[in-house]
Design a protein around this ligand. Structure first.
Ligand code: FAD
Length: 483
């Protein structure tokens, strides 16, 4: 999209023409830039269109849903009902889209093929997408980070790089950063730094969720594989490896995790309001009990050495004792973190522990609770000191692990309402999420208001769905000091 009205050469230095200087349209005429064409970024774009605002969606991948496709083989634990945004569905249905069965569980690939691709093909969305364009930096035009006067009057200048390494820039009146966290996995070292030797062992380490039973089967079949981490991604890989071990003799599995209490890791089982999510832990518990999966916990990885033959030795501390784990291959699923590098010239107020918008941290801090629900929140909690900048979607959770799409869709709706000047709608955040069935926070006797759009209604642990999303609420989704 060409948002620059004119450009003129200022003069020459020797024989080399000076770079062109751009004139920028008045800020009110500029589009809202959405970074990332994942499900939440596209939902934000759909809400912008519904409100008569102009979006431009910048996506590093060659397709929409690039991150979702990366874990395309993974069955989602939330059914379609929770995975579809209202404004997006309304746009799709105007073009004859058939809504999938709300009770069915898509894979990541289904989500991309049956929901995101049709959306990208609509005549409203297609011309607003800029694929293969990575955002590398954002600043306030001609102002920088320090200057305060008239800051909000300056457009955002968004620097991009295309597949050929060519730089470009786009000017915008506001920025909605929905770039997720999928491409910034945490390293294997227990300190949050790469373990000593981790980089040298890179060819024997797979971050994220490999397609163990599909395209990457040959890599893991008949091998001794160690899985590091305790979240749903680690669980999914362990379950796939157990299936592989059943099919291919010689495949063995070690599960190494920092946490000691496996009960919390296994989750709420049948008490989880998302049955598929609960089932992950239940199946894993059975495999551990049967000895199919060997567990080393708590294990804090310190160093990795790779033998000339290519096998790995993981050295660390297991409950106070120096321990080594030998393996042929390693899957690291120790969580994700946001890429904040391109926001460095903007004014941010992030939680020091979670790297998420500060006001959101008390609602999602895994030190306090793991219930899977979150108090309703929107533009007010997601706003940054930089006027017009919002972080939404998976990235809004920073390093916290319990993000659900339904949360991101509500964030997007509220932020766009605010940008459209409808602050009443922006404040009216409505969200009920399914609980995991376990929570480390204190329970409250709460009454949940049932929103029109989402079911089921969560009870107790995360407190009432307040209309204005106060961040000072008590109970397990309240401030960390309450715990
Ligand atoms: C394996 C797995 C299973 C999950 N299952 C569920 C589930 O069942 N239910 C549920 O509700 N949630 C689930 N989630 C959580 C979450 O809903 C998903 O991660 C979801 O994809 C997040 O959507 P998003 O739009 O915020 O980010 P993403 O889907 O990660 O999209 C971000 C997009 O931004 C692009 N991007 C990144 N950096 C840049 C840049 N610098 N410039 C331009 N573009 C950029 C990426 O290429 C990507 O397309 C799951 C997550 C994972 C990892």
């Amino acid at each position: 999209m060409n948002v620059i009205l004119s450009s003129k050469a200022l003069g020459t230095v020797g024989t080399t023409p000076a770079p062109a200087v751009d004139s920028v349209r008045p800020i009110a005429e500029l589009p809202v830039a959405v970074i990332g064409a994942g499900p939440v970024g596209l939902a934000a774009a759909a809400h912008l269109l519904e409100r008569g605002l102009e979006p431009v969606v910048l996506e590093a991948g060659d397709t929409v849903g690039a991150a979702v496709r990366d874990w395309g083989h993974v069955p989602m634990f939330s059914p379609w009902t929770y995975n579809i945004d209202r404004a997006t569905a309304a746009l799709l249905e105007r073009h004859g889209w058939e809504r999938p069965d709300g009770e069915a569980f898509p894979t990541g690939r289904d989500l991309a093929d049956r929901y995101l691709d049709p959306l990208a093909a609509t005549p409203e969305m297609a011309p607003r997408l800029r694929l293969g364009l990575r955002v590398t930096a954002i600043a306030r035009t001609r102002v920088g980070k320090v200057k305060t006067a008239a800051r909000a009057d300056q457009p955002f200048e968004i620097r991009t790089m295309d597949r050929q390494g060519r730089e470009g820039r786009i000017f915008a009146r506001a920025v909605i950063d929905a770039s997720g966290t999928w491409t910034s996995p945490n390293p294997a070292g227990a300190a949050g730094l790469p373990a000593l030797g981790e980089r040298q062992a890179a060819t024997r380490i797979r971050y994220g969720m490999p397609d163990v039973l599909g395209t990457e089967r040959a890599r893991f079949a008949g091998r001794r594989v160690v899985v590091l981490g305790s979240g749903h991604s680690a669980m999914g890989s362990l379950l796939d490896l157990a299936t592989l071990a059943h099919e291919v003799p010689g495949t063995s599995i070690v599960w190494a995790l920092r946490r000691k209490e496996l009960d919390k890791v296994f989750g709420g089982g049948s008490a989880d309001q998302l049955a598929q999510r609960g089932a992950l832990g239940t199946r894993l518990r059975a495999l551990v009990s049967a000895g199919t999966i060997e567990v080393v916990a708590p294990f804090a990885l310190d160093a990795i050495t790779c033998s000339p033959a290519g096998s790995l030795l993981l050295a660390g501390d297991a409950d106070g004792a120096a321990t080594t784990i030998a393996a042929d291959d390693m899957i690291v699923a120790t969580g994700l973190r946001p890429d904040l590098s391109f926001l460095g010239e903007l004014r941010l107020d992030l939680d020091p522990a979670l790297d998420c918008p500060k006001a959101l941290a008390p609602l999602i801090d895994p030190n306090v609770h793991s219930c899977g629900t979150v108090r309703p929140h929107g533009a007010a909690e997601l706003a940054q000191p930089e006027p017009g900048l919002f972080i939404v979607g998976m990235k809004a959770y920073g390093r916290a692990p319990t993000f659900l799409l339904a949360t991101g869709y509500e964030q997007a709706r509220s932020v766009v309402a605010h940008l459209a000047g409808d602050d009443e709608a922006a404040r009216r955040v409505e969200l009920c999420l399914p609980e995991t069935g376990v929570c480390s926070g204190p329970a409250t006797a709460a009454t949940i208001e049932k929103p029109e759009a989402t079911v089921p209604v969560a009870s107790g642990c995360c407190g009432p769905a307040a209309k204005t999303a106060p961040v000072t609420a008590s109970g397990c989704c309240g401030p960390r000091s309450a715990a």
